[in-house]
Design a protein around this ligand. Structure first.
Ligand SMILES: Nc1nc2c(c(=O)[nH]1)N[C@H]1C(S)=C(S)[C@@H](COP(=O)(O)OP(=O)(O)OC[C@H]3O[C@@H](n4cnc5c(N)ncnc54)[C@H](O)[C@@H]3O)O[C@H]1N2
Ligand code: MOO
Length: 484
């Protein structure tokens, strides 16, 4: 049984009704989604750190990790980013052969200060710097060859090399700082003593002034492992995606309403240049970004022809797996406009049956459940593309944002502007006029008839012009900009 009055709903009330219905449906169930598909969605759970940041004591500058107050240190090796703390990693610590190459190589300690299989030097407890072997020649293998070689062994039980006071290792930004090192002396502050070994120049000693603790990022100093970094309810932005990745996540569990779109009309062409009598679909392609900017996701899009049975079947099929079905077109009173009759047939409850705004007045909001449990929501967008966009900002976006628990980005923007030039209000309905907004002034851009998106494409917002408006200030509804 459809409950619907014939009276259209005033524009502001219609928005409120959509928000209120969305609030009743909040929260939609949380679902894990890959990081690269999560932008714009709302976190269903607190975001916690699976690893600390930084995950280990790391150098913040390229230079020398030094142990003890100095100002002079003996260089005993080199650590590159990618090495395991306490041992060599994928690019395991040989000198690179540059002019200031390290005096010694890998910092992996194999116990007792022995050379490892590559013949490279290791620090060792009880071993004096003088006992340490000279560095080997630079590794002749090009980086690409190294990358193509067998995967380096990870997780070996290396005993961490501890620097003793007076020792230093050359270190790359991001590389693990050996235990015992107090600070990193950047190259810019370092004076080097070198000796030549054939074509290779080795750094044997480094001198400089550096305060204890400088240029060392201590493990967990930004974020401790297990810390909560963002609360549930936060919107996923590109920065949040990077943060989550850095903390070890591959997916985020988000509350993002699922939307199925039905684009109706025998005349609608889904792609390419429309043929004779055809009209290219200009609403379906808008919906993914439009819904994403309201915290939702289009999970299905189907083109259907005109026909009552077709509409009933498509509504039933689309509704089951989603939270919202958006029907584009068939919202008016023409012989092929079956949306309202189909909703009656499937027992929908119509919440908003037309809105007193131009464009967009045939738009519609209904649900398939009960007042207590509204179930899947149906939003009817008029077929005229600018009317569909007006309906999307009136009913669809407020509904989806409320269902997702997403903030209204427009709330952060100026709510009103002074209208430049004349706008004639409609006798009974609220007009939504495409305007460009600069410096608190709203200038109509034209080209905003119901069938044209040209004005909306030039505009920042719709100026809301109620019946009887005489200016000069108008409320603004900001147009979705996409990208979450
Ligand atoms: N007797 C009345 N007729 C109409 C009224 C009315 O109040 N009384 N309202 C008019 C208004 S306003 C609008 S808006 C449209 C809404 O029509 P529908 O939602 O039923 O949409 P259609 O009739 O299917 O199409 C209207 C128009 O838009 C084109 N269209 C449809 N879908 C798309 C699409 N996906 N992409 C691009 N263009 C589309 C379609 O070809 C038609 O030209 O009703 C008025 N009539
Ligand atoms: O009101 Mo219709 O929705 O103008 O195009």
């Amino acid at each position: 049984m459809v409950r619907c009055g014939n009276a259209v709903t005033p524009w502001a009330e219609a928005r409120e009704a959509a928000r209120e219905l969305g609030d009743r449906l909040w929260p939609v169930a949380g679902r894990p989604v890959p990081l690269d598909r999560a932008v714009g969605a709302v976190l269903a759970q607190d975001l916690t750190a699976l690893v600390g940041v930084p995950p280990f004591d790391a150098a913040a500058m390229d230079g020398y990790a030094v142990a003890g107050p100095g100002p002079e240190w003996t260089v005993v090796g080199r650590v590159l980013a990618g090495e395991e703390p306490g041992g060599p990693g994928p690019r395991g610590g040989g000198p690179s052969g540059d002019a200031v190459g390290a005096g010694a190589a890998s910092l992996r300690r194999t116990g007792g200060g022995a050379l490892d299989g590559s013949g490279r030097l290791h620090g060792a407890t009880g071993e004096s710097p003088a006992d340490r072997a000279p560095a080997p020649a630079p590794d002749p293998a090009p980086a690409s060859a190294a990358a193509a070689g067998p995967a380096p062994e990870r997780g070996f039980p290396a005993e961490p090399l501890a620097l003793r006071p007076g020792e230093a290792v050359e270190i790359a930004t991001g590389a693990p700082v050996p235990p015992g090192a107090d600070s990193v002396l950047p190259y810019e502050l370092a004076t080097l003593d070198t000796t030549a070994h054939g074509s290779v120049t080795k750094v044997t000693r480094v001198t400089g002034e550096i305060a204890p603790g400088r240029h060392v990022r201590r493990a967990g100093e930004d974020t401790a492992p297990g810390a909560t970094v963002l609360p549930a309810g936060s919107t996923v932005t590109p920065a949040v995606v990077g943060l989550a990745a850095g903390l070890g996540h591959d997916t985020l569990t988000v509350r993002r309403p699922r939307v199925a779109a039905l684009v109706t009309g025998d005349e609608i062409a889904a792609a390419g240049r429309p043929g004779a009598g055809q009209v290219r679909d200009a609403i379906g392609p808008v919906l993914p970004s439009l819904t994403a900017s309201a915290g939702a996701e289009v999970t299905a899009l189907r083109y259907i022809g005109d026909g009552f049975d077709t509409m009933v079947e498509a509504l039933n099929a689309a509704a089951a797996p989603v939270d919202v079905v958006v029907v584009c077109g068939a919202s008016s009173k023409g012989p092929a406009d079956h949306l309202r009759a189909a909703l009656t047939r499937i027992g929908a409850t119509v919440v908003v049956d037309g809105v007193s705004c131009r464009p967009g007045h045939p738009q519609l909001l209904a649900h398939l459940g009960t007042p207590e449990d509204p179930g899947t929501v149906v939003v009817g967008l008029p077929g005229n593309p600018n009317a569909a966009l007006a309906a999307a900002v009136t009913l669809l976006a407020p509904l989806l944002r409320a269902m997702a628990g997403a903030p209204d980005p427009g709330a952060a923007l100026p709510p009103t502007a002074r209208v430049k030039g004349a706008i004639r209000p409609h006798a009974h309905d609220t007009r939504l006029v495409a305007v460009r907004v600069t410096g608190g002034q709203a200038e109509p851009v034209g080209h905003d008839r119901p069938g044209s998106l040209r004005g909306a494409a030039l505009a920042d917002a719709y100026a809301v012009i109620p019946p009887g408006w005489s200016g000069p200030y108008a409320a603004l509804v900001w147009l979705p900009r996409g990208g979450g």
